[in-house]
Design a protein around this ligand. Structure first.
Ligand code: SF4
Length: 378
C-alpha cells in the first residue's frame, strides 16, 4: 500500500468491518456488554468520526476517547499564566492557533489579544525565533505545548537560541508525555478498558517500547495505529485478536512510519533540553507523576517560567474548572460528549465552554463536527 487512497479503499474497509464483527461476536460482545477500546490520540478520535467508524463498526465495540489532545488537557491555571506573561510590557507572546481560544479563568489568549496584548499566531517555534532575531528589544515567548510529537521542535529551537545567544527568546514549557496518563487511567478502579489504540505521531518519536508496561503490568493489548480508516480498523482487529488469543502485547500496525525504537535524533534533543517535573496537572485527570517536562538548568536563560517568575508552584495553580463543564468525565471515558448538558447549547465550537470543544482533536469538537446534528437529535 503506497497511497492514501489505498488506505481508504471501501472494499478493504468492508472486509475489515466483517472480520471485526466475526471476532466481536465470538467474544460475546454486544451493545449492552461491549469491548472497550481507548484511542489515546485525539487525531484518532477525529479520524473515527470523520470516517463514521463509530457507526460502521460492530455494536459490541465501544470507542473510549482518551486524553491525547494536548490543548484539551492543559489545566486552566496554565492558560491564566500564559495570559499573565503575554500581558507583560514588551512581550511578544507566540502560539499555535488552536491554543488561542482555550478558556482561562479570567480570559483566553484571544481575549487578551483583543484587549491589546501582543499575541501572535505562528506555525512553528522557528517563526518565534525569527521574531526574536528581528526584535532584539522585545522579549519573545513561545507557548510550548504538546506531547512527544512537538517536543523535539521546541528542543531544537532552544538549542538554536542558545547557539545564537538569543537571550530575548524563551519558551513557556507545557510539554507532557503519553505513557504516564495511560498508567493513571489503568490505575483508576472506575475505568473499564479492554485494549488500546496507541498514538501514531507520538510513537514516531518514542517508538513502541514505552508502552510495554501496558501489556506486561496490566495485561492489556495495545496496537500503535495510523490515521486512515483501514489503519484504525486493522488495529481494532489486532486488539480483538490478542484478546481472543488470551495475549497482551504491544504491536505496531503503523510500521511504515513508526520505528520500534523511535527517532534517536529527536530523543537526543529532548534529553538534552528537558527533564521531568515531579508531577504535572492535567485538566480532568489531576496531578500525574512525571508526566510533564521542564527546561534543564543549562538552558534556564530560555525558560519563560524562570524569566518571568510565573509558572509551576505559583499561587495561581489549581484554579477550579468552569462550572457545568464535564470535560474531565469525557476525557476519562466516563461520559460521552453528547451526555454533557452543555453540548450544543452552552458549548459549541463558536462559543466553547470547555477545552474539548476548542481543539479540532477534542472529542466534543469531533462529535460536533461530524455528528452534532445527529447527536443532538438522539
Ligand atoms: S460539551 Fe463543552 S463543556 Fe461539555 S464536556 Fe464537551 S467541552 Fe466540556
Amino acid at each position: 500500500m503506497k497511497y492514501a487512497s489505498e488506505f481508504r479503499d471501501p472494499a478493504a474497509a468492508r472486509a475489515l468491518l466483517a472480520a471485526i464483527a466475526t471476532r466481536a461476536e465470538a467474544l460475546g460482545a454486544t451493545r449492552a456488554k461491549p469491548i472497550h477500546i481507548m484511542e489515546i490520540c485525539g487525531g484518532h478520535t477525529h479520524s473515527i468520526f470523520r470516517y463514521g467508524l463509530d457507526r460502521l463498526i460492530h455494536d459490541g465495540i465501544e470507542f473510549i476517547h482518551g486524553p491525547g489532545c494536548p490543548v484539551c488537557v492543559l489545566p486552566m491555571a496554565r492558560v491564566d499564566e500564559c495570559v499573565e506573561i503575554a500581558e507583560q510590557p514588551g512581550v511578544i507572546f507566540t502560539t499555535f492557533g488552536d491554543a488561542m481560544r482555550v478558556p482561562g479563568h479570567r480570559k483566553s489568549l484571544m481575549q487578551a489579544k483583543a484587549e491589546g496584548a501582543d499575541i501572535r499566531m505562528v506555525y512553528s517555534p522557528l517563526d518565534a525565533l525569527e521574531l526574536a532575531r528581528r526584535n532584539p528589544g522585545r522579549e519573545v515567548v513561545f507557548f510550548g505545548l504538546g506531547f512527544e510529537t512537538t517536543t523535539p521542535s521546541t528542543a531544537l529551537s532552544i538549542q538554536q537560541a542558545a547557539r545564537e545567544g538569543l537571550g530575548n527568546f524563551s519558551l513557556f514549557c507545557n510539554h507532557i508525555t503519553v505513557p504516564e496518563p495511560i498508567r493513571a487511567l489503568l490505575d483508576d478502579p472506575d475505568m473499564v478498558l479492554d485494549g488500546f489504540i496507541g498514538p501514531g505521531h507520538v510513537s514516531m518519536v518514542i517508538g513502541i517500547h514505552p508502552y510495554d508496561f501496558i501489556a506486561q503490568d496490566y495485561g492489556k493489548p495495545i496496537v500503535v495505529a495510523g490515521f486512515e480508516p483501514t489503519d484504525l480498523l486493522q488495529s481494532v482487529l489486532m486488539v480483538l485478536t490478542q484478546i481472543a488469543e488470551g495475549r497482551a502485547a504491544v504491536e505496531n500496525q503503523y510500521a511504515r512510519v513508526v520505528p520500534d525504537h523511535g527517532n534517536p535524533v529527536s530523543l537526543a534533543a529532548i534529553a538534552d533540553v528537558y527533564e521531568r517535573r515531579p508531577s504535572f496537572e492535567w485538566r480532568g485527570l489531576g496531578e500525574i507523576e512525571s508526566s510533564g517536562l521542564r527546561i534543564r538548568e543549562t538552558y534556564r536563560a530560555h525558560d519563560a517560567e524562570a524569566k518571568f517568575g510565573i509558572g509551576y508552584g505559583a499561587a495561581s495553580r489549581n484554579v477550579p474548572e468552569i462550572a457545568g463543564c464535564a470535560c474531565g468525565s469525557v476525557m476519562t471515558g466516563k461520559m460521552k460528549p453528547t451526555a454533557c448538558p452543555q453540548f450544543g447549547t452552552g458549548c459549541t465550537p463558536e462559543m466553547p465552554l470547555g477545552a474539548l470543544m476548542v481543539s479540532s482533536e477534542g472529542a466534543c469538537a469531533a462529535y460536533w463536527q461530524y455528528g452534532g446534528a445527529r447527536a443532538a437529535a438522539e
